[in-house]
Design a protein around this ligand. Sequence first.
Ligand code: TYD
Ligand code: MG
Length: 470
Amino acid sequence: MGKARSIYACTECGAQQPRWLGRCPECGGWSTLVEERSGPAPGESAARELAVEDAGARGETSKPRRLAEIDADAVPRIETGIAELDRVLGGGIVPGSVVLLAGEPGVGKSTLALQLAAGLRGAPVLYVAGEESPEQIRLRADRLPALPEALIVLSETNVEALAAPWREAQPQLVLVDSVQTLRSERVESAPGSVAQVRESAALLSATAKAHGAALVLVGHVTKEGAIAGPRVLEHLVDVVLQLEGDRFHAFRLLRAHKNRFGSTQEVGVFQMGGAGLEAVANPSELFLAERRGGAPGSCIVPLLEGSRPMLVEIQALVAPAGYGTARRTAIGVDDARLSLLLAVLDRRAGVDLLNTDVYASAVGGVRIREPGADLALALALASSRLDVALPADAAACGEVGLGGEIRRVAHLEARVAEAARLGFRQLLVPAGAHDGLSAPRGARLIPVASLGDAVAWLRSTGVHETAPAR
Ligand code: TYD
Ligand code: MG
Protein backbone atom coordinates (compact mmCIF):
# COMPACT_ATOMS: atom_id res chain seq x y z
CA MET A 1 0.00 0.00 0.00
CA GLY A 2 1.28 3.46 -0.84
CA LYS A 3 1.65 6.36 1.52
CA ALA A 4 -1.60 7.20 3.26
CA ARG A 5 -2.92 10.71 3.02
CA SER A 6 -5.94 12.42 4.49
CA ILE A 7 -8.79 13.69 2.46
CA TYR A 8 -12.13 15.04 3.55
CA ALA A 9 -15.23 13.56 1.98
CA CYS A 10 -18.77 14.90 2.12
CA THR A 11 -21.17 12.37 3.60
CA GLU A 12 -24.01 13.84 1.57
CA CYS A 13 -22.67 14.15 -1.97
CA GLY A 14 -19.35 12.34 -1.74
CA ALA A 15 -17.25 15.29 -2.98
CA GLN A 16 -13.67 15.21 -1.75
CA GLN A 17 -11.71 18.15 -0.39
CA PRO A 18 -8.03 18.35 0.44
CA ARG A 19 -8.78 20.07 3.78
CA TRP A 20 -11.65 20.31 6.21
CA LEU A 21 -14.32 22.91 5.53
CA GLY A 22 -17.39 23.80 7.53
CA ARG A 23 -19.54 23.70 4.46
CA CYS A 24 -19.30 21.42 1.45
CA PRO A 25 -18.59 23.58 -1.62
CA GLU A 26 -20.32 21.04 -3.87
CA CYS A 27 -23.69 20.47 -2.23
CA GLY A 28 -23.72 23.25 0.36
CA GLY A 29 -24.25 20.87 3.29
CA TRP A 30 -23.04 22.10 6.67
CA SER A 31 -20.67 19.98 8.79
CA THR A 32 -20.87 17.11 6.34
CA LEU A 33 -17.13 16.69 5.69
CA VAL A 34 -15.42 13.86 7.50
CA GLU A 35 -11.79 12.82 7.42
CA GLU A 36 -10.96 9.77 5.36
CA ARG A 37 -7.62 8.04 5.21
CA SER A 38 -7.19 7.11 1.62
CA GLY A 39 -4.86 4.58 0.08
CA PRO A 40 -2.32 5.22 -2.61
CA ALA A 41 -2.30 8.66 -4.13
CA PRO A 42 -3.60 8.92 -7.69
CA GLY A 43 -1.07 7.50 -10.11
CA GLU A 44 0.42 5.19 -7.52
CA SER A 45 -2.46 2.83 -7.69
CA ALA A 46 -1.42 -0.36 -9.39
CA ALA A 47 -4.42 -2.28 -10.70
CA ARG A 48 -7.87 -0.83 -11.12
CA GLU A 49 -9.56 -4.18 -10.93
CA LEU A 50 -9.24 -7.40 -9.04
CA ALA A 51 -6.74 -9.82 -10.43
CA VAL A 52 -9.22 -12.33 -11.76
CA GLU A 53 -7.31 -13.95 -14.56
CA ASP A 54 -8.42 -15.81 -17.63
CA ALA A 55 -11.82 -14.46 -18.42
CA GLY A 56 -11.17 -14.03 -22.11
CA ALA A 57 -13.18 -10.86 -22.31
CA ARG A 58 -10.16 -8.72 -21.58
CA GLY A 59 -7.81 -6.93 -23.91
CA GLU A 60 -10.30 -5.55 -26.42
CA THR A 61 -8.87 -2.23 -27.42
CA SER A 62 -11.43 0.27 -28.47
CA LYS A 63 -11.53 1.36 -32.11
CA PRO A 64 -13.24 4.46 -33.45
CA ARG A 65 -16.52 3.56 -35.14
CA ARG A 66 -19.08 5.47 -37.14
CA LEU A 67 -22.09 6.17 -34.95
CA ALA A 68 -24.53 5.37 -37.75
CA GLU A 69 -23.05 1.91 -38.10
CA ILE A 70 -23.48 1.02 -34.46
CA ASP A 71 -26.44 -1.22 -33.84
CA ALA A 72 -28.18 -0.21 -30.63
CA ASP A 73 -30.13 -3.46 -30.59
CA ALA A 74 -26.86 -5.33 -30.42
CA VAL A 75 -26.65 -4.57 -26.68
CA PRO A 76 -26.98 -8.07 -25.28
CA ARG A 77 -29.37 -8.45 -22.39
CA ILE A 78 -29.99 -11.23 -19.96
CA GLU A 79 -33.65 -11.52 -19.12
CA THR A 80 -34.05 -11.80 -15.39
CA GLY A 81 -37.25 -13.80 -15.60
CA ILE A 82 -38.98 -11.15 -13.50
CA ALA A 83 -41.07 -9.18 -15.98
CA GLU A 84 -41.51 -6.15 -13.74
CA LEU A 85 -37.76 -5.92 -13.20
CA ASP A 86 -36.95 -6.42 -16.89
CA ARG A 87 -39.34 -3.63 -17.76
CA VAL A 88 -37.60 -1.19 -15.43
CA LEU A 89 -34.15 -2.27 -16.62
CA GLY A 90 -35.21 -1.69 -20.23
CA GLY A 91 -35.48 -5.31 -21.32
CA GLY A 92 -33.09 -7.18 -19.06
CA ILE A 93 -29.75 -6.79 -17.38
CA VAL A 94 -26.80 -5.86 -19.59
CA PRO A 95 -23.65 -7.99 -19.16
CA GLY A 96 -20.81 -5.85 -17.86
CA SER A 97 -23.20 -3.28 -16.41
CA VAL A 98 -23.36 -2.15 -12.81
CA VAL A 99 -26.72 -1.78 -11.14
CA LEU A 100 -27.23 -0.12 -7.78
CA LEU A 101 -30.32 -1.43 -6.02
CA ALA A 102 -31.11 1.09 -3.33
CA GLY A 103 -33.83 1.28 -0.73
CA GLU A 104 -34.62 1.73 2.92
CA PRO A 105 -33.84 -1.16 5.26
CA GLY A 106 -36.55 -3.82 5.24
CA VAL A 107 -38.09 -2.84 1.94
CA GLY A 108 -37.10 -6.10 0.23
CA LYS A 109 -33.78 -5.53 -1.53
CA SER A 110 -32.22 -8.83 -0.47
CA THR A 111 -35.40 -10.65 -1.43
CA LEU A 112 -35.39 -9.10 -4.88
CA ALA A 113 -31.70 -9.91 -5.29
CA LEU A 114 -32.34 -13.58 -4.51
CA GLN A 115 -35.32 -13.71 -6.85
CA LEU A 116 -33.18 -12.18 -9.56
CA ALA A 117 -30.61 -14.94 -9.04
CA ALA A 118 -33.33 -17.60 -9.27
CA GLY A 119 -34.75 -16.00 -12.41
CA LEU A 120 -31.49 -16.39 -14.31
CA ARG A 121 -32.08 -20.13 -14.32
CA GLY A 122 -28.84 -21.99 -14.23
CA ALA A 123 -26.50 -19.12 -15.04
CA PRO A 124 -23.70 -19.01 -12.47
CA VAL A 125 -24.36 -16.31 -9.89
CA LEU A 126 -22.12 -15.22 -7.05
CA TYR A 127 -23.86 -13.75 -4.00
CA VAL A 128 -21.50 -11.84 -1.76
CA ALA A 129 -23.15 -11.60 1.63
CA GLY A 130 -21.79 -9.06 4.05
CA GLU A 131 -24.83 -8.80 6.26
CA GLU A 132 -26.31 -12.23 6.64
CA SER A 133 -24.97 -15.71 7.16
CA PRO A 134 -25.36 -18.32 4.41
CA GLU A 135 -27.95 -20.05 6.64
CA GLN A 136 -30.04 -16.91 6.85
CA ILE A 137 -29.88 -16.56 3.10
CA ARG A 138 -30.95 -20.18 2.66
CA LEU A 139 -33.88 -19.58 5.03
CA ARG A 140 -35.03 -16.64 2.97
CA ALA A 141 -34.54 -18.55 -0.27
CA ASP A 142 -36.74 -21.36 1.04
CA ARG A 143 -39.67 -18.95 1.25
CA LEU A 144 -39.30 -17.95 -2.38
CA PRO A 145 -41.08 -19.71 -5.23
CA ALA A 146 -37.87 -20.95 -6.84
CA LEU A 147 -34.54 -21.88 -5.30
CA PRO A 148 -31.63 -20.29 -7.18
CA GLU A 149 -29.92 -23.58 -8.03
CA ALA A 150 -26.67 -22.25 -9.40
CA LEU A 151 -26.21 -19.61 -6.72
CA ILE A 152 -22.92 -19.58 -4.89
CA VAL A 153 -23.03 -17.82 -1.56
CA LEU A 154 -19.93 -16.26 -0.15
CA SER A 155 -19.74 -14.58 3.25
CA GLU A 156 -17.06 -12.04 2.68
CA THR A 157 -16.58 -8.34 3.17
CA ASN A 158 -13.03 -7.99 1.95
CA VAL A 159 -13.08 -7.01 -1.70
CA GLU A 160 -9.63 -8.35 -2.48
CA ALA A 161 -10.68 -11.76 -1.17
CA LEU A 162 -13.33 -11.99 -3.89
CA ALA A 163 -10.78 -12.50 -6.66
CA ALA A 164 -10.33 -16.25 -6.14
CA PRO A 165 -14.02 -17.21 -5.83
CA TRP A 166 -14.77 -14.97 -8.81
CA ARG A 167 -12.16 -16.76 -10.88
CA GLU A 168 -13.51 -20.13 -9.85
CA ALA A 169 -17.21 -19.43 -10.34
CA GLN A 170 -16.91 -17.36 -13.55
CA PRO A 171 -20.27 -15.81 -12.66
CA GLN A 172 -22.59 -14.11 -15.15
CA LEU A 173 -23.98 -12.09 -12.30
CA VAL A 174 -22.43 -10.93 -9.06
CA LEU A 175 -24.72 -9.71 -6.28
CA VAL A 176 -23.27 -7.75 -3.39
CA ASP A 177 -25.47 -7.36 -0.32
CA SER A 178 -24.70 -4.78 0.80
CA VAL A 179 -22.13 -2.44 -0.65
CA GLN A 180 -21.89 -0.68 2.72
CA THR A 181 -20.32 -3.73 4.31
CA LEU A 182 -17.42 -3.95 1.85
CA ARG A 183 -13.93 -2.90 2.63
CA SER A 184 -10.82 -2.75 0.53
CA GLU A 185 -7.26 -3.06 1.74
CA ARG A 186 -6.36 -0.08 -0.39
CA VAL A 187 -8.23 2.29 1.90
CA GLU A 188 -7.67 2.68 5.60
CA SER A 189 -11.05 4.09 6.61
CA ALA A 190 -13.69 2.12 8.43
CA PRO A 191 -16.13 -0.08 6.51
CA GLY A 192 -19.18 1.91 5.51
CA SER A 193 -17.25 5.16 5.13
CA VAL A 194 -17.48 7.11 1.93
CA ALA A 195 -13.96 6.21 0.85
CA GLN A 196 -14.45 2.48 1.50
CA VAL A 197 -17.77 2.28 -0.27
CA ARG A 198 -16.52 4.18 -3.26
CA GLU A 199 -13.22 2.35 -3.59
CA SER A 200 -14.79 -1.09 -3.15
CA ALA A 201 -17.52 -0.34 -5.64
CA ALA A 202 -15.07 1.07 -8.16
CA LEU A 203 -12.88 -2.00 -7.87
CA LEU A 204 -15.78 -4.40 -8.31
CA SER A 205 -17.26 -2.52 -11.18
CA ALA A 206 -13.95 -2.41 -13.06
CA THR A 207 -13.69 -6.16 -12.49
CA ALA A 208 -17.23 -6.79 -13.68
CA LYS A 209 -16.67 -4.70 -16.81
CA ALA A 210 -13.43 -6.47 -17.63
CA HIS A 211 -15.12 -9.86 -17.36
CA GLY A 212 -18.49 -9.10 -18.85
CA ALA A 213 -20.33 -10.00 -15.66
CA ALA A 214 -23.30 -7.98 -14.52
CA LEU A 215 -22.87 -6.52 -11.05
CA VAL A 216 -25.73 -5.67 -8.71
CA LEU A 217 -24.81 -3.65 -5.65
CA VAL A 218 -27.42 -3.51 -2.92
CA GLY A 219 -27.27 -0.27 -0.95
CA HIS A 220 -29.19 1.10 2.01
CA VAL A 221 -30.52 4.58 2.08
CA THR A 222 -32.26 6.12 4.99
CA LYS A 223 -34.82 8.85 4.73
CA GLU A 224 -32.16 11.40 5.60
CA GLY A 225 -29.76 10.12 2.90
CA ALA A 226 -27.51 8.61 5.54
CA ILE A 227 -23.77 8.49 5.94
CA ALA A 228 -21.98 7.04 2.94
CA GLY A 229 -25.35 6.56 1.38
CA PRO A 230 -25.31 5.05 -2.08
CA ARG A 231 -25.64 8.54 -3.49
CA VAL A 232 -21.87 8.65 -3.68
CA LEU A 233 -22.08 5.74 -6.11
CA GLU A 234 -24.61 7.17 -8.50
CA HIS A 235 -22.09 8.50 -10.99
CA LEU A 236 -20.13 5.26 -10.93
CA VAL A 237 -22.90 2.85 -11.82
CA ASP A 238 -24.90 2.43 -15.03
CA VAL A 239 -28.31 1.95 -13.49
CA VAL A 240 -29.77 3.17 -10.21
CA LEU A 241 -32.88 1.30 -9.14
CA GLN A 242 -34.82 2.36 -6.11
CA LEU A 243 -37.20 0.02 -4.36
CA GLU A 244 -39.79 2.10 -2.60
CA GLY A 245 -42.63 1.29 -0.35
CA ASP A 246 -43.98 1.60 3.07
CA ARG A 247 -42.97 -1.38 5.18
CA PHE A 248 -46.46 -1.48 6.67
CA HIS A 249 -48.04 -1.91 3.27
CA ALA A 250 -47.48 -4.69 0.81
CA PHE A 251 -46.85 -2.56 -2.29
CA ARG A 252 -43.38 -1.97 -3.59
CA LEU A 253 -42.55 0.25 -6.51
CA LEU A 254 -39.31 -0.23 -8.38
CA ARG A 255 -38.12 2.84 -10.25
CA ALA A 256 -35.04 3.60 -12.29
CA HIS A 257 -33.53 6.92 -11.27
CA LYS A 258 -30.77 6.54 -13.79
CA ASN A 259 -30.47 4.10 -16.66
CA ARG A 260 -27.75 4.18 -19.27
CA PHE A 261 -29.50 1.37 -21.15
CA GLY A 262 -33.12 2.39 -21.09
CA SER A 263 -35.79 4.78 -19.99
CA THR A 264 -36.22 6.05 -16.45
CA GLN A 265 -39.95 6.26 -16.94
CA GLU A 266 -40.90 2.69 -16.25
CA VAL A 267 -42.09 1.45 -12.92
CA GLY A 268 -42.31 -2.09 -11.62
CA VAL A 269 -45.09 -2.86 -9.19
CA PHE A 270 -44.68 -5.65 -6.66
CA GLN A 271 -46.50 -6.96 -3.67
CA MET A 272 -44.55 -8.39 -0.73
CA GLY A 273 -46.22 -11.61 0.28
CA GLY A 274 -45.42 -14.87 2.02
CA ALA A 275 -43.33 -16.02 -0.92
CA GLY A 276 -41.30 -12.93 -1.67
CA LEU A 277 -42.06 -10.17 -4.12
CA GLU A 278 -44.85 -10.92 -6.50
CA ALA A 279 -45.40 -8.96 -9.68
CA VAL A 280 -48.63 -7.03 -9.75
CA ALA A 281 -50.05 -7.02 -13.24
CA ASN A 282 -53.06 -4.89 -12.39
CA PRO A 283 -52.01 -2.31 -9.81
CA SER A 284 -55.32 -0.44 -10.02
CA GLU A 285 -57.30 -3.46 -8.91
CA LEU A 286 -55.01 -3.88 -5.95
CA PHE A 287 -55.17 -0.25 -4.89
CA LEU A 288 -58.96 -0.21 -5.09
CA ALA A 289 -59.51 -3.58 -3.43
CA GLU A 290 -60.70 -2.26 -0.07
CA ARG A 291 -62.51 0.77 -1.29
CA ARG A 292 -65.91 1.67 0.10
CA GLY A 293 -67.52 3.54 -2.76
CA GLY A 294 -70.01 6.32 -2.24
CA ALA A 295 -68.59 7.70 1.01
CA PRO A 296 -67.90 11.43 1.32
CA GLY A 297 -64.26 12.49 1.19
CA SER A 298 -63.09 9.98 -1.39
CA CYS A 299 -62.13 10.43 -5.03
CA ILE A 300 -60.37 8.17 -7.51
CA VAL A 301 -57.58 9.48 -9.72
CA PRO A 302 -55.92 7.72 -12.65
CA LEU A 303 -52.23 8.41 -12.04
CA LEU A 304 -49.55 7.70 -14.54
CA GLU A 305 -46.48 5.82 -13.40
CA GLY A 306 -44.11 5.65 -16.31
CA SER A 307 -46.23 4.59 -19.24
CA ARG A 308 -48.65 2.77 -17.00
CA PRO A 309 -51.87 4.23 -15.63
CA MET A 310 -52.76 3.31 -12.06
CA LEU A 311 -55.98 4.09 -10.24
CA VAL A 312 -55.51 5.36 -6.72
CA GLU A 313 -58.00 6.51 -4.13
CA ILE A 314 -57.47 9.85 -2.42
CA GLN A 315 -59.24 10.38 0.89
CA ALA A 316 -59.85 13.58 2.79
CA LEU A 317 -61.40 14.31 6.13
CA VAL A 318 -62.40 17.80 7.12
CA ALA A 319 -63.29 18.42 10.75
CA PRO A 320 -64.05 21.54 12.77
CA ALA A 321 -60.79 22.98 14.09
CA GLY A 322 -59.96 22.66 17.75
CA TYR A 323 -58.06 25.41 19.52
CA GLY A 324 -55.39 27.44 17.82
CA THR A 325 -54.23 26.99 14.27
CA ALA A 326 -56.02 24.52 12.07
CA ARG A 327 -54.23 21.21 11.56
CA ARG A 328 -53.17 20.04 8.13
CA THR A 329 -51.98 16.48 7.80
CA ALA A 330 -50.96 14.99 4.47
CA ILE A 331 -49.94 11.38 3.95
CA GLY A 332 -48.78 10.39 0.49
CA VAL A 333 -49.79 13.74 -0.93
CA ASP A 334 -47.66 16.85 -1.04
CA ASP A 335 -48.13 19.31 1.86
CA ALA A 336 -47.64 22.33 -0.32
CA ARG A 337 -50.19 21.12 -2.91
CA LEU A 338 -52.67 20.45 -0.15
CA SER A 339 -52.35 23.99 1.23
CA LEU A 340 -52.60 25.44 -2.25
CA LEU A 341 -55.76 23.50 -3.05
CA LEU A 342 -57.38 24.52 0.25
CA ALA A 343 -56.77 28.15 -0.61
CA VAL A 344 -58.06 27.75 -4.18
CA LEU A 345 -61.16 25.88 -2.98
CA ASP A 346 -61.82 28.68 -0.52
CA ARG A 347 -61.24 31.62 -2.83
CA ARG A 348 -62.36 30.28 -6.22
CA ALA A 349 -64.93 27.62 -5.52
CA GLY A 350 -66.70 28.91 -2.44
CA VAL A 351 -65.85 25.95 -0.21
CA ASP A 352 -64.87 27.31 3.18
CA LEU A 353 -61.98 25.29 4.54
CA LEU A 354 -59.69 27.79 6.16
CA ASN A 355 -60.79 27.23 9.73
CA THR A 356 -61.06 23.49 9.64
CA ASP A 357 -58.70 20.66 10.44
CA VAL A 358 -57.84 18.81 7.26
CA TYR A 359 -56.44 15.33 6.76
CA ALA A 360 -55.62 14.01 3.32
CA SER A 361 -54.15 10.69 2.33
CA ALA A 362 -53.40 8.54 -0.69
CA VAL A 363 -54.61 5.05 0.10
CA GLY A 364 -52.31 2.03 0.15
CA GLY A 365 -49.04 3.75 1.00
CA VAL A 366 -48.81 5.33 -2.46
CA ARG A 367 -46.85 8.58 -2.73
CA ILE A 368 -48.38 10.91 -5.26
CA ARG A 369 -46.02 13.28 -6.99
CA GLU A 370 -47.90 14.48 -9.99
CA PRO A 371 -50.09 17.58 -10.18
CA GLY A 372 -52.56 15.59 -12.28
CA ALA A 373 -54.03 14.42 -8.97
CA ASP A 374 -55.01 17.98 -7.94
CA LEU A 375 -58.58 17.79 -9.12
CA ALA A 376 -59.23 14.50 -7.34
CA LEU A 377 -57.70 15.79 -4.11
CA ALA A 378 -59.72 19.00 -4.32
CA LEU A 379 -62.90 17.02 -4.94
CA ALA A 380 -62.17 14.70 -2.01
CA LEU A 381 -61.72 17.78 0.21
CA ALA A 382 -64.89 19.45 -1.04
CA SER A 383 -66.79 16.18 -0.75
CA SER A 384 -65.84 15.79 2.91
CA ARG A 385 -66.53 19.44 3.72
CA LEU A 386 -69.93 19.41 2.05
CA ASP A 387 -70.79 15.88 3.19
CA VAL A 388 -71.62 14.95 -0.37
CA ALA A 389 -70.22 11.73 -1.74
CA LEU A 390 -69.03 11.52 -5.31
CA PRO A 391 -70.92 8.93 -7.33
CA ALA A 392 -69.20 5.58 -6.73
CA ASP A 393 -68.31 5.29 -10.42
CA ALA A 394 -66.66 8.70 -10.77
CA ALA A 395 -62.96 9.45 -11.26
CA ALA A 396 -61.20 12.77 -11.85
CA CYS A 397 -57.96 13.92 -13.36
CA GLY A 398 -56.54 17.40 -13.92
CA GLU A 399 -54.12 19.96 -12.55
CA VAL A 400 -55.57 22.91 -10.65
CA GLY A 401 -54.10 26.38 -11.25
CA LEU A 402 -54.13 29.25 -8.77
CA GLY A 403 -56.98 30.86 -10.70
CA GLY A 404 -59.06 27.75 -10.11
CA GLU A 405 -58.67 26.70 -13.75
CA ILE A 406 -58.30 23.01 -14.56
CA ARG A 407 -55.24 22.34 -16.67
CA ARG A 408 -54.41 19.48 -18.98
CA VAL A 409 -52.36 16.50 -17.97
CA ALA A 410 -50.17 14.22 -20.05
CA HIS A 411 -51.53 10.99 -21.56
CA LEU A 412 -55.12 11.61 -20.62
CA GLU A 413 -56.31 8.99 -23.06
CA ALA A 414 -54.45 6.17 -21.33
CA ARG A 415 -55.72 7.30 -17.94
CA VAL A 416 -59.30 7.54 -19.05
CA ALA A 417 -59.09 4.12 -20.67
CA GLU A 418 -57.78 2.54 -17.46
CA ALA A 419 -60.53 4.15 -15.39
CA ALA A 420 -63.18 2.93 -17.81
CA ARG A 421 -61.66 -0.55 -17.83
CA LEU A 422 -62.19 -0.76 -14.08
CA GLY A 423 -65.80 0.31 -14.28
CA PHE A 424 -65.60 4.07 -13.75
CA ARG A 425 -68.27 5.63 -15.95
CA GLN A 426 -68.15 9.32 -15.07
CA LEU A 427 -64.75 10.78 -15.82
CA LEU A 428 -64.00 14.39 -15.01
CA VAL A 429 -61.36 15.72 -17.41
CA PRO A 430 -59.90 19.18 -18.13
CA ALA A 431 -62.23 21.00 -20.53
CA GLY A 432 -59.29 22.05 -22.69
CA ALA A 433 -58.33 18.45 -23.37
CA HIS A 434 -61.87 17.27 -23.96
CA ASP A 435 -62.12 18.01 -27.69
CA GLY A 436 -59.46 15.66 -28.93
CA LEU A 437 -60.57 12.87 -26.65
CA SER A 438 -63.21 10.25 -27.29
CA ALA A 439 -64.98 8.59 -24.41
CA PRO A 440 -64.17 4.92 -23.86
CA ARG A 441 -67.11 2.54 -24.33
CA GLY A 442 -69.73 2.78 -21.63
CA ALA A 443 -68.12 5.81 -19.99
CA ARG A 444 -68.96 9.48 -20.15
CA LEU A 445 -66.45 12.33 -20.13
CA ILE A 446 -67.40 15.34 -18.03
CA PRO A 447 -65.31 18.36 -19.09
CA VAL A 448 -64.59 20.82 -16.30
CA ALA A 449 -63.00 24.20 -16.95
CA SER A 450 -62.65 25.35 -13.37
CA LEU A 451 -62.70 24.04 -9.85
CA GLY A 452 -65.97 25.96 -9.45
CA ASP A 453 -67.46 23.80 -12.24
CA ALA A 454 -66.24 20.63 -10.57
CA VAL A 455 -67.72 21.61 -7.20
CA ALA A 456 -71.01 22.57 -8.86
CA TRP A 457 -71.08 19.15 -10.53
CA LEU A 458 -70.41 17.54 -7.13
CA ARG A 459 -73.28 19.44 -5.49
CA SER A 460 -75.73 18.50 -8.23
CA THR A 461 -74.68 14.89 -8.91
CA GLY A 462 -73.24 13.81 -5.59
CA VAL A 463 -75.03 11.79 -2.96
CA HIS A 464 -75.93 13.91 0.07
CA GLU A 465 -75.19 11.85 3.14
CA THR A 466 -76.72 14.04 5.76
CA ALA A 467 -77.86 17.63 5.75
CA PRO A 468 -75.28 19.81 3.95
CA ALA A 469 -72.56 20.92 6.32
CA ARG A 470 -72.73 24.15 8.24
P1 TYD B 1 -35.40 -8.03 2.97
O1 TYD B 1 -35.29 -8.52 1.57
O2 TYD B 1 -34.51 -8.64 3.97
O3 TYD B 1 -35.22 -6.44 2.99
P2 TYD B 1 -33.88 -5.55 2.81
O4 TYD B 1 -32.81 -6.40 2.23
O5 TYD B 1 -34.30 -4.43 1.90
O6 TYD B 1 -33.52 -5.01 4.14
O7 TYD B 1 -36.93 -8.27 3.39
C1 TYD B 1 -37.64 -7.33 4.13
C2 TYD B 1 -38.92 -7.82 4.73
O8 TYD B 1 -39.71 -8.59 3.87
C3 TYD B 1 -38.70 -8.65 5.98
O9 TYD B 1 -39.19 -7.90 7.07
C4 TYD B 1 -39.51 -9.88 5.80
C5 TYD B 1 -40.36 -9.59 4.60
N1 TYD B 1 -40.57 -10.78 3.74
C6 TYD B 1 -41.85 -11.18 3.44
O10 TYD B 1 -42.82 -10.59 3.88
N2 TYD B 1 -42.02 -12.28 2.61
C7 TYD B 1 -40.98 -12.98 2.12
O11 TYD B 1 -41.19 -13.96 1.38
C8 TYD B 1 -39.66 -12.55 2.44
C9 TYD B 1 -38.45 -13.28 1.90
C10 TYD B 1 -39.48 -11.44 3.25
MG1 MG C 1 -31.04 -7.03 3.16
